[in-house]
Ligand binder design. Structure first.
Ligand SMILES: Cc1ncc(COP(=O)(O)O)c(C=O)c1O
Length: 400
């Protein structure tokens, strides 16, 4: 009898975590590798947040807490949703989990049955389809095209909805493309959802603070208040507050869904780390001035990377509105031969050959459901980015 469960057999390990792990491994072996695969800011967690955690430890706040979050953090999240998104939630409509990923996991596990469908625009964050599969439901992938700025069109959404659709997972700014939907583009999609009352919306706003060139972020329930009663608004401190390792994510949603998610969490991980929760209170309630500063740094890096990649032979790199990723196309390079003699048959081969030849770790596009492309995370120093892009240029120039 196989040890592996049927649920496990439906999923694969995270491709982004695997690519990052590979880069770390090669570096540990002494190889000269620049890792642009990780999805986390390279900035350190601000000191006031660290101090709040140290104080929590000193004050003995080291015990179990309420399963889905301490009241102080729920209050800070309620205030954040009001302040930044003009969304009114009560503390009973807030859940806190071990990272945005657990909150997403709880929401999908608590609601999906076999036969249910979840619409996921591609390129997508790698965890969406796999969590849906783990829950026994069916991911319905909608291909957002490069020529549409990697954004799903309302007609595409309309076409994908069936009577079995339970959720649309919406992510703007997007991991992996950095594409962000304007207010009008969000409205065009919520208009479609208004016609289909059985479809719930899971909006992943994790990168809301990382938008550039005066782009204005809008969360869907803010744009279409009538959708509020079937929307889960997901967010967290990982990206904007440089707190990926602290593992705190949260969401606001109708109370019955929040309760169901807490039930699930009570039988899995119990409360998220108590100390990290206190640090997150400080993150949300404390000074926010480092966020625009980090944003400016990221914007400069985005411009650098887009410009240098577009100078690489055969690469076409759109300028994204947000996050810290770019998603260039390598359609013109498929079929070429690398210096090793191997053919670039797809984007995965491109990633492998690039790592071998030049020591640059990126993630291939097929992992995100749309190729032939690759994802570069520009959460690295300017010097590293310049070096990496020069290596990519050299690699592309060497393809025959
Ligand atoms: C789009 C998106 N949503 C959610 C998450 C999860 O973040 P967390 O680290 O809080 O689990 C990530 C992390 O990479 C992400 O890119």
């Amino acid at each position: 009898m196989s040890l592996e469960s049927a649920a496990l057999a439906r999923v694969k390990p995270s491709a982004t975590l695997a690519a990052d792990a590979k880069a770390r491994e090669l570096r540990a072996q002494g190889k000269d590798v620049i890792g642009l695969a990780a999805g986390e800011p390279d900035f350190d967690t601000p000191d006031n947040i660290k101090e709040a955690a140290i104080k929590a430890i000193r004050d003995g706040k080291t015990k179990y807490t309420n399963v889905d979050g301490i009241p102080e953090l729920k209050d800070a999240i309620v205030a954040k949703f009001k302040r930044e998104n003009n969304l009114d939630y009560k503390p009973s409509q807030i859940t806190v989990g071990t990272g945005g990923k657990q909150v997403l996991f709880n929401a999908l596990m608590a609601t999906l049955n076999p036969g249910d469908e979840v619409i996921i625009p591609a390129p997508y964050w790698v965890s969406y389809p796999d969590i849906v599969l783990l829950a026994g439901a069916k991911p319905v992938i909608v291909q957002a095209r490069l020529e549409d700025g990697f954004k799903m069109k309302p007609e595409q959404l309309e076409k994908a909805i069936t009577k079995n659709t339970k959720w649309l997972i919406f992510n703007s700014p997007s991991n992996p493309t950095g594409a962000a939907y304007t207010r009008d583009e969000v409205k065009a999609l919520t208009d479609v959802l208004m016609k289909h009352k059985h479809v719930w919306l899971l909006t992943d706003d994790m990168y809301e603070h990382l938008v550039y060139d005066d782009f204005k972020f809008f969360s869907p329930a803010q744009v279409e208040p009538a959708l509020y009663e079937r929307t889960l608004t997901l967010n967290g401190v990982s990206k904007a507050y440089c707190m990926t390792g602290w593992r705190i994510g949260y969401a606001g949603a109708p109370e019955m869904l929040i309760k169901a998610m807490a039930t699930l969490q009570s039988q899995s991980t119990t409360n998220p780390n108590a100390i990290a929760q206190w640090a997150s209170v400080e993150a949300l309630d404390g000074p926010q001035d480092f966020i625009p500063k980090n944003k400016l740094v990221f914007q400069g890096r985005r411009d650098l990377v887009v410009s240098m990649l577009n100078q690489a032979k055969g690469i076409s790199c759109p300028t994204p509105e947000g996050a810290f990723y770019v998603y260039p196309s390598i359609a013109a390079l498929i079929g070429k031969t690398a210096p090793s003699g191997n053919k670039i048959v797809n984007d995965e081969a491109f990633a492998t050959e690039l790592l071998e030849a030049e020591g640059v770790a990126i993630v291939h596009g097929e992992a995100f459901g749309l190729g032939p492309c690759f994802r570069v995370s520009y959460a690295a120093s300017n010097a590293e980015l310049e070096d990496a892009c020069a290596r990519i240029q050299r690699f592309c120039g060497s393809l025959r």
